[in-house]
Design a binder for this molecule. Structure first.
Ligand code: PMP
Ligand code: GLU
Length: 394
């Protein structure tokens, strides 16, 4: 009687959100926890964006909007994709959703049939396999180890493709590894994908603006224009503009697929919040200085945190190119403390050191731990201090 639908049997609640909630509960109970689990900027949303939402509220923009977003917001998304990515779309090729997460979820439900295979390079964001499962498709995880820079190469891609493959999900810069694909690497993947016409490619660009190397951001539709009709670009304002709670993301892709995603959205959330749309409009059309300012701070924290980790025994982390995570190989530390695995390591971190971080196995890559450095510098310093004391320094 009390059993949930079978499609949920392979799914656990989002581990990133669960660990973050656990840390917040401990904090609420008066226990001091260093919370490096949540993948969200600690900055407040920039003032001009907040003011735009307040003004929209004052104007009475409190009604349902078009399912796929207001005409103004869709035009702003279209301009963004042209201005920053050189990608041209029509208005019926754009949908705004309640977060990039909802756009991805719509995509999986709109595209996948039971038994279809979804290729997911690991390490991967926690929600991709869950979304494939909910759509009754089969997530096929492709291991991309650290020696490969945590990136998919053309050989592994080719080997993973079967007649059932329907979707490949690329995420660059990557959550959790920070790895970012170069144009050459994407071109090599494109070479394989050109030959497999049934496969669509989701490019999750949510960390586009959080890149700390001299490379410029590119996605596969930019590098291999021939594939653009098979690409769905996923992006949003959560990470670039510190707007995680606003829940506003978007997708751009072929009209037939965006139309199908819109159908699903019309029967689930109707439309993204009208006030969030007003904020996102200001974010996309307004000054981009705030994005650069936040990136500068993240970049400084990254340098500081990664060099600090480098001095701690048993941990190893190559400098990540983008996003705001350190994805640390902790296999030596796990062995030194006689722990079973990375999940036990994360439990030890939380219970003994009061540091909240996410085990690598949640992202499909065991023996690692993910720290978010999108938090205040004293929190990063205290984390390094506690880790150094517990694990030793080199
Ligand atoms: N993709 C990746 C890789 C992410 O890390 C996240 C994290 N939230 C999302 C998508 C979803 O973002 P949003 O807040 O726009 O739903
Ligand atoms: N994407 C963030 C993370 O990986 C936020 C939580 C979530 O949606 O998974 O921590």
């Amino acid at each position: 009687m009390n059993s949930a639908a079978r499609r949920l049997s392979a799914i656990t609640p989002s581990p990133t959100l669960a660990i973050s909630a656990k840390a917040k509960n401990l904090q609420a109970a008066g226990i001091e926890v260093l919370n490096l689990s949540a993948g969200e900027p600690d900055f407040d949303t920039p003032e001009h964006i907040r003011a735009a939402a307040v003004a929209a509220l004052a104007r009475g923009e409190t009604h349902y909007t078009a399912t796929d977003g207001t005409a103004e917001l869709k035009s702003a998304i279209l301009s963004k994709l042209k201005r920053e990515n050189g990608l041209e779309y029509a208005l019926d090729e754009i949908i705004a959703s309640s977060g990039a997460k909802q756009s991805l979820f719509n995509l999986c439900l709109a595209l996948l049939n039971p038994g279809d295979e979804v290729l997911i390079p690991a390490p991967h964001w926690v929600s991709y396999p869950a979304m494939a499962h909910i759509a009754q498709a089969k997530p096929c995880i492709i291991d991309c180890p650290q020696r490969q820079g945590f990136k998919l190469d053309s050989g592994s891609l080719e080997a993973a493709i079967t007649p059932k493959t329907r979707l490949l999900i690329l995420n660059s810069p990557n959550n959790p590894s920070g790895a970012c694909y170069t144009a050459e690497e994407l071109a090599a993947l494109g070479e394989v994908l050109r030959r497999h016409e049934k496969i669509l490619i989701a490019s999750d660009d949510i960390y586009e603006h959080l890149l700390y190397t001299n490379d410029t951001f590119v996605n596969i539709a930019m590098v291999v224009p021939e594939l653009k009709p098979r690409c769905i670009i996923i992006n949003g304002v959560s990470k670039a503009y510190a707007m995680t709670g606003w829940r506003l993301g978007y997708a751009a892709g072929p009209a037939w697929l965006i139309g199908a995603m819109k159908k699903i959205q019309s029967h689930s959330t109707s439309n993204p919040s009208s006030l969030s749309q007003a904020g996102a409009l200001a974010a996309l059309n307004g000054t981009q200085d705030c994005v650069a300012e936040m990136r500068t701070v993240f970049s400084r924290r990254r340098d500081h945190f990664i060099s600090g980790l480098d001095r701690i025994k048993g941990l190893s982390c190559p400098p990540p190119a983008g996003a705001f995570y350190a994805f640390v190989d902790c296999s030596t530390a796990i062995a030194a403390r006689d722990l079973e695995n990375d999940v036990a390591f994360a439990t030890w971190l939380l219970e003994d050191l009061r540091i909240a971080a996410v085990p690598g196995s949640a992202f499909g890559t065991a023996n690692h731990i993910r720290f978010s450095y999108a938090c205040a510098e004293p929190t990063l310093d205290a984390t390094l201090e506690r880790l150094g004391r517990a694990l030793g320094r080199r």
